[in-house]
Ligand binder design. Structure first.
Ligand SMILES: Cc1cc2nc3c(=O)[nH]c(=O)nc-3n(C[C@H](O)[C@H](O)[C@H](O)COP(=O)(O)OP(=O)(O)OC[C@H]3O[C@@H](n4cnc5c(N)ncnc54)[C@H](O)[C@@H]3O)c2cc1C
Length: 403
């Protein structure tokens, strides 16, 4: 793994190879490298970007310079190497520093199918420039009518000679305005023309400057620098090399990325949860409306302590799933459980922080209630927790499908 070290005397390039390293050491290396970013770009920076409705370009560029954006991408393609453990550690460390970024989640997930199934030319064209941050990638699967039932999507790409022509609509696409390319999953055969509805979908990398793409900003109240957009495709012409992997096999390719996306969402939730608890503990040590610090009252102290214990349990599961991914084992069930538990633990942590801050929690300047939408979002996106329970019910417990 090649990360620019935070301390000059700590040369990450000379670290032993991934296979020989302990999980703790792998996480620590990324945390060390990320510390430089969090110190340079603290929460106040990201809040300023949100208020000014602008992408945190400086921070993104720095993440690229430190080699952090290149995590999971093989070094031969300009990446920094490392695996799911490393990128999960990055997502957690940024969130713990108060600067969670949805772009990291979608970049982490979006590159997986390209690196695994793209040609070397496609990897160099689409993935390599994301490693230094010069190209930003967003990801589009959700459609207004299909919602969670993604297989019901109707966005359609049809063949025209060597090219493809894309028509349809996606919704909630994070960072569409700031992205240079978008990984889109679309039907290349209508659902009515395939035996099983999981067939007939394909993955495309779409240049956002292609004529026929229009964006409509949504008014989403989540405190992140990436806004969400409705994206319309009107006869968008795509070259042959926009197709990743085989036509019609996109769903399978996509799911390989979605499992690791769950872990990135889990990691972001864990980081924000801890960030909120640290803030609450610090406030609770000082605030003394009855002469004693409110942190000494067990109603608050136990609530925070329980949230901390639940965060740590979810954290163990998250890294255990990430490690499994990296050794090539099936990590689907663990990843789903990790995202379920991490998002719930993070909501409990932020709720505890809100309770601790009393009325001040609702003052935007205290920046406490502002943490809530993001963690609450993690219970719904990228996949809602009910679907994760459905998965555990069906695939782990062997219960009948309920929907
Ligand atoms: C801030 C934000 C960022 C996002 N970023 C992106 C992005 O970058 N790219 C992208 O493609 N999408 C993105 N999304 C979309 C997100 O993944 C979807 O909102 C999410 O998958 C849920 O889809 P839906 O909103 O249509 O909910 P619906 O499908 O309408 O579901 C509503 C609720 O019904 C329940 N439910 C649904 N199905 C079942 C079931 N089978 N069993 C039990 N309960 C069920 C769940 O509680 C669910 O929350 C984003 C959304 C938000 C809000």
């Amino acid at each position: 793994m090649s990360l620019r070290p935070y301390h000059e005397d700590h040369d990450a390039m000379n670290q032993p190879s991934l296979q020989n390293e302990s999980l703790a050491n792998r996480i620590h290396q990324v945390q060390e490298a990320t510390r430089g970013i969090s110190e340079q770009y603290p929460r106040a920076y990201i809040r300023e970007c949100i208020d000014q409705d602008r992408f945190p370009d400086e921070m993104w560029k720095a993440l690229g310079e430190y080699g952090l954006l290149g995590l999971t991408v093989p070094e031969e393609y300009g990446g920094s190497g490392g695996g799911v453990v490393e990128i999960v550690a990055l997502a957690e460390a940024l969130a713990l520093g108060g600067v969670p970024t949805l772009f990291l989640v979608v970049t982490g997930l979006g590159r997986v199918p390209i690196v695994r199934h793209g040609t070397p030319e496609q990897i160099r064209k689409f993935v390599t420039p994301t490693c230094d941050g010069s190209v930003k990638l967003c990801f589009a699967i959700t459609e207004p009518n299909a919602g969670t039932n993604s297989f019901d999507m109707s966005t359609l790409a049809t063949r025209d000679g060597e090219d493809w022509v894309l028509n349809g609509q996606k919704v909630f696409i994070s960072g569409a305005r700031d992205a240079d390319i978008m990984l889109v999953i679309a039907r290349t055969q209508k659902a009515s023309d395939v035996k099983h509805r999981t067939e007939g979908m394909s993955l495309f990398v779409v240049d956002m400057k292609t004529p026929g793409i229009t964006l409509q900003p949504l008014n989403i109240q989540v405190e992140t620098a990436e806004r969400q957009y409705m994206v319309f495709f009107d006869n968008v012409r795509l070259p042959a090399d926009a197709l990743i992997g085989a036509a019609g096999k996109g769903a399978k390719l996509m799911f390989e990325g979605l499992n690791s996306e769950r872990l990135l969402a889990a990691a972001a939730a864990l980081g924000i949860g801890d960030y909120a608890l640290n803030k609450a503990a610090s406030y609770a040590r000082d605030r003394k409306p009855f002469g004693k610090p409110i942190g000494s009252y067990q109603a608050l102290q136990h609530r925070m302590a329980l949230a901390k214990a639940e965060l740590e349990a979810a954290r163990l599961m998250t890294y255990s799933a990430a490690e499994r991914f990296d050794t090539g084992e099936d990590a689907g069930a663990l990843a789903n459980m990790a995202k379920l538990l991490a998002s719930r633990a993070a909501v409990a942590a932020v709720e505890a922080a809100i309770q601790t801050h009393g009325g001040y929690a609702f003052d935007r300047d205290y920046d406490v209630v502002t943490l809530w939408p993001m963690v609450r979002l993690m219970e719904i996106a990228p996949i809602n927790n009910e679907m994760l329970l459905n998965y555990i019910g069906e695939h782990v417990l062997g219960l009948p499908k309920s929907y």
